[in-house]
Design a protein around this ligand. Structure first.
Ligand code: BES
Ligand code: MN
Ligand code: ZN
Length: 495
């Protein structure tokens, strides 16, 4: 997608479609929808439909006006953004993606977006560019009747210092493309996204953006004594892959080294503790955590913050077979801890256990993992908030700030030692399943056993990595959750 900045007078711009945000500038008793534009001619063009109540500031309400009075634009697309108070870059991002989705299904390919003055110039520009990418994504790649409708170019009209706006535009482009890169990986079915293919895609991307990439295969994984990772991989005909991406910019201090560890289960059947058939097809997205880390690394390599980052993705299938591990088996993780396997469907924590340990061996000083780890986090938080766990309040605070800047929703869940009883084993150090109650917490407690004292954040994205239904601002399918916040988090270390 092509992006351009403009400082022209909005009413004088020739474009197939001018986009303006409608916000409520009234008070509680008296809503007052206003078209956000300093050009009086644009406000006037929207005046009649706003006065009649046909167009309101309701979030995501989208209306197309044809041949708007006294404007050079062919159309004026008005998108509601809710109350002006509290409308920030997160809201603007969704409004921009709504505009893109509204326009593209009508066959429009080019938009001119009037960035509302209320969202500071650079922030606004970034949000609109990123939002347009988010809205452009469709999961219908394999449909013969797919329409390939998308926005090909967007012009942004914004106030502010030109260099800062251009930088923001570039940043929005990088973040938008990187999220869609992640979403593409997650969207692929497991026959087209094996561990080997995922590794190839990571390798290709790494070469393009100048990241170091190393892929370790089955022999190396066994040689490193990654008994927990291997216990999952052993049941599959598809060889596992340990994908390591390293970003070491010139001039970065020796520490910190941020470690991003992702669960890359390209299909989760449950193994011998097999899942029910109903809905199992969705388990192709069980590599979303890994894809998130790969997408975040792409953005980091292009944005070039001065901080070292290493990503580790443990990619494997979880299959039942004559070689598969069985409930009751005892496995020795790379760290030396023994694990009694209670349920072979609790495989994500096994692959992450060795990934987290390996990250420490590679010299990481701060760890973040992302995983579609538990159904329990979906029970706890639904599809709105991802679960976030932290063993260190400073780390959590850093991540909370990153969430704010990224505009993503996550809710902190506890990690106190009282939960440790749930993962005690009679015959080994720990069991791999803490049972049904508090399942998201006991899964996190299991991971905690493998991070030692290192500051660590765990993101359980099982409920948020896949949109169960389309929203005005995003298609049904992979969401790209956490890429944005992870990039902000890493940038926070370079400030
Ligand atoms: N990949 C699943 C978690 C999951 C469930 C993601 C639903 C998305 C939607 C994970 O490997 C799993 O199977 N977890 C089990 C753990 C249990 C056996 C302790 C679960 O949540 O049921
Ligand atoms: Mn599972
Ligand atoms: Zn899984």
């Amino acid at each position: 997608m092509k992006t351009t900045l403009s400082t022209s007078l909005p009413s004088s711009i020739e474009t197939p479609c001018l986009v303006a945000v409608v916000l409520d500038r009234g008070d509680k008793d008296k809503p007052e929808a206003t078209c956000e534009c300093t050009d009086a001619a644009v406000r006037a063009a929207a005046q009649d439909v706003i006065a009649s109540g046909e167009v309101t500031s309701k979030m995501f309400e989208a209306t197309v006006l044809h041949a708007p009075k006294r404007l050079k634009a062919k159309r004026l697309l008005l998108v509601g953004g809710g109350k002006a108070k509290g409308f920030g870059h997160a809201g603007l991002l969704k409004v921009a993606s709504t505009a893109a989705r509204t326009a593209k299904i009508k066959g429009l390919r080019s938009l001119t977006f009037l960035v509302p003055e209320g969202v500071a110039g650079a922030d606004g520009v970034r949000a609109v560019v990123e939002g347009t990418f988010v809205g452009n994504f469709e999961p219908d790649y394999y449909r013969s009747d797919r329409k390939d409708q998308q926005i090909d170019d967007i012009t942004l009209v914004a106030a502010g210092e030109a260099a800062a706006l251009a930088a923001a535009m570039n940043e929005g482009l990088i973040l938008g493309e990187s999220q869609n890169f992640t979403r593409d990986l997650v969207n692929e079915p497991s026959n087209r996204m094996t561990p080997t293919i995922l590794a190839e895609r990571a390798r290709k991307m790494a070469a393009e953006v100048g990241l170091k990439c190393e892929v370790l295969g089955p022999e190396k994984i066994r040689e490193l004594k990654m008994g927990a990772f291997w216990s999952v991989a052993q049941g599959s005909e598809e060889p596992p892959a340990l994908i390591v991406l390293q970003y070491e910019p010139e001039g970065a201090p020796a520490t910190p080294v941020i470690g991003l560890v992702g669960k890359g289960v390209t299909f989760d059947t449950g193994g011998i503790s097999i899942k029910p058939a109903d809905g199992m097809e969705k388990m192709k997205y069980d590599m979303a955590g890994g894809a998130t880390m790969i997408g975040a690394m792409r953005a980091i390599a292009l944005l070039k913050p001065k901080v070292k980052v290493t990503a580790i993705v443990c990619a494997t299938e979880n299959m039942p077979s004559g070689k598969a591990q069985k409930p009751g088996d005892v496995q020795i993780a790379m760290s030396g801890k023994s694990i009694e396997i209670i349920n072979t469907d609790a495989e994500g924590r096994l692959v992450l256990a060795d990934g987290l340990h390996y990250a420490q061996q590679l010299g990481c000083t701060h760890l973040v993992d992302a995983a579609t780890l538990t159904g329990a986090v979906v029970v706890a938080l639904g599809f709105v908030n991802a679960g976030i766990f932290a063993n260190d309040d400073d780390m959590y605070e850093r991540f909370r700030k990153a969430l704010e800047r990224g505009g993503e929703k996550m809710w902190r869940l506890p990690l106190d030692d009282d939960y440790k009883d749930n993962i005690k084993s009679n015959i080994a150090d720990i069991v791999n399943s803490g049972g049904r109650w508090g399942g998201a917490v006991t899964a996190a407690m299991f991971l905690k056993e493998f991070v030692g004292e290192m500051p660590w954040i765990h993101l359980d994205i099982a409920g948020t990595a896949w949109m169960e239904e389309a929203k005005p601002w995003i298609a049904k399918g992979p969401s790209g959750i956490a890429v944005r916040s992870l990039v902000e988090f890493v940038k926070g270390f370079a400030d």
